[in-house]
Design a protein around this ligand. Structure first.
Ligand code: S3P
Length: 168
């Protein structure tokens, strides 16, 4: 199987954006972040879009964004935690699941980062969401990486997998 792009999936705050930037640099690929693209296009933060237009509207923007992005190849793409739940990730994407435990994520996320995420406001609801979603992440993943350690520790595991398979 030849893949066009690397797509990073995982729960909110698991480190997809940080991993994506480092990975793209290592692989000499372009880095794209779905949330950032949507925010730029809409000229609003994700929280504002949720508040003003609702979650369904945001999900439609995500689907359009990943569809448009994957028309091109050779990119490392970080997705929002809900994208693989509500949108189809086009075939020929190598999907890497950034697999971190809920408590690790919470501990790692500064308040400023938590506040950016409307679905993290209520911790017990977010924990339930986590439990509901992990099965889907696992099912979709071409490769799953234990992300309970620092990015510096596991980034080479992902890079080696991709380079070994010569998938991109
Ligand atoms: C969401 C995750 C967020 C962002 C939005 C919704 C989700 O992205 O897309 O707040 O449903 O899990 P991150 O995964 O980058 O936090």
């Amino acid at each position: 199987m030849v893949y066009d792009n690397v797509v990073l999936i995982g729960f909110m705050g698991s480190g997809k954006t940080t991993v994506g930037k480092v990975l793209a640099r290592k692989l000499l690929k372009e880095f794209k972040d779905v949330d950032t693209i949507i925010e730029k296009e809409q000229n609003k933060s994700v929280s504002e879009i949720f508040q003003e237009k609702g979650e369904e509207y945001f999900r439609a923007l995500e689907q359009k964004c990943i569809y448009e992005l994957t028309k091109r190849s050779g990119q490392v793409i970080a997705t929002g935690g809900g994208l693989p739940i509500y949108s189809h990730i086009p075939d020929k994407s190598l999907i890497v699941y950034i697999n971190a435990d809920f408590d690790v994520i919470l501990k790692r996320l500064p308040k400023k980062e938590r506040d950016k995420r409307p679905l993290l406001e209520d911790e017990s609801k977010a924990r339930t969401l986590f439990r509901e979603r992990i099965g889907r992440y696992e099912e979709l993943a071409t490769f799953s990486v234990d992300a309970n350690q620092s990015v510096a520790t596991f980034i080479h595991v992902i890079a080696d997998f991709i380079l070994d398979k010569r998938v991109l």
